[in-house]
Design a protein around this ligand. Structure first.
Ligand code: PEP
Length: 264
């Protein structure tokens, strides 16, 4: 599989300011030891907690590492105590923003309509969205995973301005694999990625090119099998992104597969 890849570390509500700076500095230092990594082919992003965005931005300055935010509000400004808007994030150097993460769907009650509004707010502010979709364990056990993911992807992405698709990344994250240590098998993930790819293609030719990355207990020891699957264009990494060495090993895995794919 050709095309650009993405590896983003989602730090969630972890790290102190000092830890965030040390982690970001460790990532940029260790990335330089990965000969297979071409930053034009594999885009690496870090998504720290909001208060540490600028510190992390400064720690990675001059390196090809993108600053990513974990969420944004659907409105650009207003009486929304405690929230952060997309234009605010853009103003501090954020490049991409995650929308629709399952932890927000679960703990903040976000539905597909709100995810769509956040995605549009991100695009409007000049941020490129990373849209998360994924089924719960009960939905997979009931054989409903494709229907659930299809509804989420349609809600977020169907009928967008065709030019916007070039700015979108989709993250397939089966909820039962997030933070559980129980990752999808490469075959399960690959099957879903190809399903999502087919669905996106039905939204129009531009949408056919949207990269679909995998998230859910990605670790250095399972990334090779995942990244080898046709249709898996990288990883959204939670727990393993909190340690520079393991995160960079995941980048290495994706970079090596990208290189092997480009040769074949
Ligand atoms: C995530 O937060 O998006 C995630 C995939 O977490 P973890 O890698 O810890 O499962």
């Amino acid at each position: 599989m050709g095309g650009r890849r993405y590896v983003t570390g989602n730090w969630k509500m972890h790290t102190s300011r000092a830890e965030a700076v040390a982690l970001a500095s460790g990532v940029v230092a260790q990335l330089q030891q990965v000969p297979a990594w071409d930053p034009d082919v594999v885009r690496v992003g870090l998504a720290p907690p909001f208060p540490f965005l600028e510190a992390v931005r400064d720690a990675v300055a001059g390196h090809p590492v993108e600053l990513v935010a974990q969420d944004c509000h659907a409105e650009p400004r207003g009486a929304f105590t405690g929230w952060v808007s997309a234009p605010m994030l853009a103003s501090v150097g954020v490049r991409r923003v995650i929308v629709g993460h399952s932890e927000r769907r679960q703990h903040a009650g976000e539905d597909d309509a709100l995810v769509r509004r956040k995605l549009e707010a991100a695009l409007e502010a000049g941020l490129d969205p990373v849209v998360c979709v994924g089924e719960q364990l009960a939905e997979r056990d009931a054989g409903r995973h494709e229907a659930v993911v299809e509804a989420q992807a349609r809600g977020a992405l169907e009928g967008l301005d065709p030019a916007a698709y070039a700015r979108v990344v989709v993250a397939y994250e089966p909820v039962w694999a997030i933070g559980t240590g129980r990752t999808a098998t490469p075959e399960q993930a690959g099957t879903m990625h190809r399903f999502i790819g087919g669905l996106l293609a039905s939204f129009g030719p531009q949408a056919a090119g949207v990269p679909v990355i995998y998230g859910g207990s990605v670790k250095p020891d399972n990334i090779d099998g995942l990244a080898r699957q046709d249709g898996i264009a990288g990883a959204l990494v939670g727990g393993a992104s909190l340690e520079a060495g393991s995160f960079v090993q995941i980048v290495r895995g994706v970079a090596e597969q990208a290189r092997a794919g480009a040769r074949s």
